[in-house]
Ligand binder design. Sequence first.
Ligand code: HEM
Length: 232
Amino acid sequence: MLLGGLAYKITQYATTPAPLKIPTTPAPTTRGGVVLRFLREIVLFETLFKANKWIWLFGWVFHFALLLVLLRHLRYFIQPVWGWVAFIQPYGYYAGFAMVAGLLGLWARRFLVPRMRYISAPSDHLMLALLVAIGVSGLAMSFIGRTDIVAVKAFFLGLMYFDWQPLPADPVLLIHLGLVLILMVIFPFSKLLHAPGMFFSPSRYQVDNPRERRHLAPWAAKLETDAEGGGR
Ligand code: HEM
């Protein structure tokens, strides 16, 4: 569902017409400039920084801790473990705390800021709760009751090579994995899709050059040639 849903939604985004020239100005006037702005946006969350420092702080901490945590998880899916994956292990270990702290900050603002509380739907709370629960169950395995990660790895490698292996029946592990399954199912149909969505946002990817180059969507160009050809 994750892969199929993502492919479906991304195709939908990619085929949605963008008839207007609507870059958010001030916008770069060259393609290179747009690429650079994207990089700043993805790595630094630039526009969020300009908009709201608290959301930026918690959002940035959460996303980068999540990245580290996920990269650290790669070791369950590859054998032998790549050098850089081994290198980041200790950082990913503590990033779990930063991830949950960032999430709790983002969640707190939905209760404490009246404007945010007003626009928060149950799904906003549930998604935060889901991510917090995944983080907390992960941390519980890392810091409280360890699970047999060698067996976990054997299970996941077995899944990938069609060689079924037993999964440890540890309740915390099963909760962690069950919640991850729920996350994978809702991801393509929720606002969590903002990650790929960013790349399909005309106000972000368009170059600010309407005077130098006329913006003409392919389907609009076709209408024009049809009109000329048919003498309408
Ligand atoms: C199939 C996918 C996943 C598997 C097999 C898995 C498995 C595990 C295991 C076994 C641990 C304990 C590590 C240890 O004892 O050192 C752990 C920790 C953790 N997991 Fe997952 N997990 C998965 C997906 C995720 C996802 C998608 C997230 C975040 C959204 C996540 C967040 C965490 C966190 C925050 C920790 C604690 C910090 C750490 O040890 O890295 N996990 N996970």
